[in-house]
Write a protein that binds this ligand. Sequence first.
Ligand code: NAP
Length: 226
Amino acid sequence: MLVAGATGVLGGELARALAGAGARVALTGRDDGRLRAVAEELGGAPALAADAVDVEAVRTAVDAAAEALGGLDAVVVAWGVVAFGPAADADDAVTEELFAVNTLAPMSLVRAALPHLSDGGAVALLSAVVADAPTLGMAEYSASKAALSAWASVLRRELRRRRITVLDVRPPHVDTGLVDRALAGSPPRLPEGHDRAEVVAAVLDGLREGAREVVLDPAQQRLVRR
Ligand SMILES: NC(=O)c1ccc[n+]([C@@H]2O[C@H](COP(=O)([O-])OP(=O)(O)OC[C@H]3O[C@@H](n4cnc5c(N)ncnc54)[C@H](OP(=O)(O)O)[C@@H]3O)[C@@H](O)[C@H]2O)c1
């Protein structure tokens, strides 16, 4: 199993939870020091540093992960960046990076992983609630996540013959510090952060069950899988 974005808060927790559940995990992330720390914590898991926007580096990392693990049974993509501000004022370079990291890089990684992925395997993509509910001051982030979700819905149908689960995870705001690391702008008033452990558990359950998506049930304010 390969976890991309294992240096991040959700990616790191997903990697720990998956390893704790018995999966053999390989990791990729951008920050080499933090990547090594997570890998050590997981007993020397294969760790392959790569910038998500470097398509060749990502392909090399995927191939190396597959070689180290003897193939892949799942890929979890938790890369992500955010930016804030009115759509009319968005900086082109920032918008490009948002789409490069949130949309194009997960597509490239999955494409690179598919030849290594076993039939009956799984892909989990961290999109966000804003894919369903585009949010003021977050037009480009919302659009980048909606595009990823649209892509995932087609990929799922195209991979049906191989029985590969494509899990589209669209959590609400979670306190991970992501908004403080924004590429631009300051966050609008955000709701209280959703329970992080619930997000991680929902991804693991979704992978186990072969679910299509993890979304917030607004009435219950709980994550549901379907
Ligand atoms: N937190 C929330 O409220 C929330 C809500 C819904 C969805 N999500 C989604 O959940 C995912 C994880 O977010 P998080 O909250 O855990 O944030 P996080 O802790 O900031 O993690 C983001 C991850 O993305 C990686 N990353 C960013 N740019 C990269 C690049 N150019 N190349 C390689 N890696 C790059 C970071 O790597 P380095 O640290 O190594 O640079 C880090 O591993 C994201 O897709 C996010 O959009 C988050």
